[in-house]
Design a protein around this ligand. Structure first.
Ligand SMILES: *Cc1c(COP(=O)(O)O)cnc(C)c1O
Ligand code: SF4
Length: 336
């Protein structure tokens, strides 16, 4: 190990020691190498990247494990499917300065870093030009100026990449600047890290988030109850104790969570550790993810089953993104 590497904290080591080699992933899960050639080709388009602690929650020998399905590159991704695109949300249009998306009234979405702790195969950002659109510390100046010049913005949303890939010093430097803008009342973080790399929620991080001038909200991204283990529960507990409002968003994914009993168990398990279900998203139609799509009729039926079996506050809103719409749209059968 180099001297820089030895200075990494435990979570940063876990981040760099993630599995990126399809062969190693298959070996560690005792899966035969039938999957290997396709995995390698698909990983050339969008790399494999998964923390070991997340792999440990997968069932050995099960090629259809719901956690594995989310991260294993498959040949299906290479099919070009009509109706799917590389920028399904047409985000380029709402990008006034690099790293900033201003699509909805009152809130902006800001990219702090271009990378994630895990590469989710269904991600709508799988073709996003992160490297061109990663503001970097110097770029913050322009994004923060934009925010300062728009008093109608009350909430800043740090999103992905995964903002918690940034180290605590970077987060502190950012929040020091954000604190100078009085009209920002809430700081929301969208992150998959409390689920896939819960050791990131360190005492230092808790210290940072509990000192914010803005009300902190953390929206986790959990798709299956099997993702929740004791370490995730502990991270959620520390965050709740620090006064952070915890919400969760889920993407509805064929072969992962498209069964009512799975989604019911997910809501129950999230709430048990202090996380409120918020959104259940239909898949964004990104090229390479068509095999995950659940059609609207099935989605509405599943959602009705959730409503019939859960307390109202445990039922996430079923939504999708329509480019140009002023908010995420509820899924209704009569919408196109
Ligand atoms: C999803 C999203 C938001 C947040 O929307 P909420 O409905 O408030 O959760 C904000 N900006 C962009 C660009 C988004 O995609
Ligand atoms: S963590 Fe979020 S932004 Fe990153 S690859 Fe997964 S879904 Fe996409």
């Amino acid at each position: 190990m180099t001297s820089t590497a030895s200075k990494l904290t435990a979570w940063q080591k876990a981040l760099v020691q993630a599995i990126t080699d399809p062969q190693e992933l298959l070996n560690s899960l005792e899966l035969d190498s039938d999957w290997l050639e396709a995995a390698k080709s698909a990983a050339n388009v969008f790399p494999l990247n998964v923390p070991r602690g997340f792999v440990a929650r997968m069932q050995k020998g099960n090629a259809h494990d719901p956690l594995l399905r989310q991260i294993l590159p498959l040949g299906d991704e290479l099919q070009i499917v009509a109706g799917y695109s590389e920028d399904p949300l047409q985000e380029a249009k709402y990008n006034p300065v690099p790293g900033l998306l201003h699509k909805y009234q009152g809130r902006v979405l800001l990219t702090l870093v271009g990378t994630c702790a895990v590469n989710c195969r269904y991600c709508f950002r799988r073709h996003f030009p992160y490297t061109d659109n990663n503001p970097g510390t110097e770029g913050w100046e322009r994004a923060l100026n934009y925010i300062a010049n728009h008093p109608s913005i009350h909430e800043v949303i740090l999103s992905g990449g995964d903002p918690l890939v940034a180290n605590d010093k970077t987060l502190q430097a950012f929040s020091d600047k954000l604190n100078l803008i009085p009209h920002i009342k809430r700081l929301r973080i969208h992150s998959r890290i409390p689920i896939v790399l819960p050791e990131r929620i360190t005492p230092e991080f808790i210290h940072w988030i509990s000192q914010l001038k803005q009300k902190p909200i953390l929206v986790t991204h959990c798709n299956h109850p099997q993702e929740i283990n004791a370490a995730v529960a502990e991270a959620a507990h520390l965050l709740t104790k620090a006064g952070v409002v915890l919400l969760n968003q889920t993407v509805l994914l064929k072969g992962v969570n498209d069964a009512a009993e799975t989604l019911i168990a997910l809501s129950e398990s999230l709430f048990a550790i202090g996380i409120q279900p918020y959104y259940l998203h239909l898949l964004d139609k990104v090229q390479g993810a068509a095999h995950f799509d659940v059609d609207k009729e099935t989605a509405v039926k599943l959602h009705e089953e959730l409503s019939q079996n859960l307390s109202g506050y445990l039922v996430p809103k079923l939504v999708y993104e329509q480019p140009g719409a002023p908010a995420k749209k509820p899924v209704e059968l009569y919408t196109v």
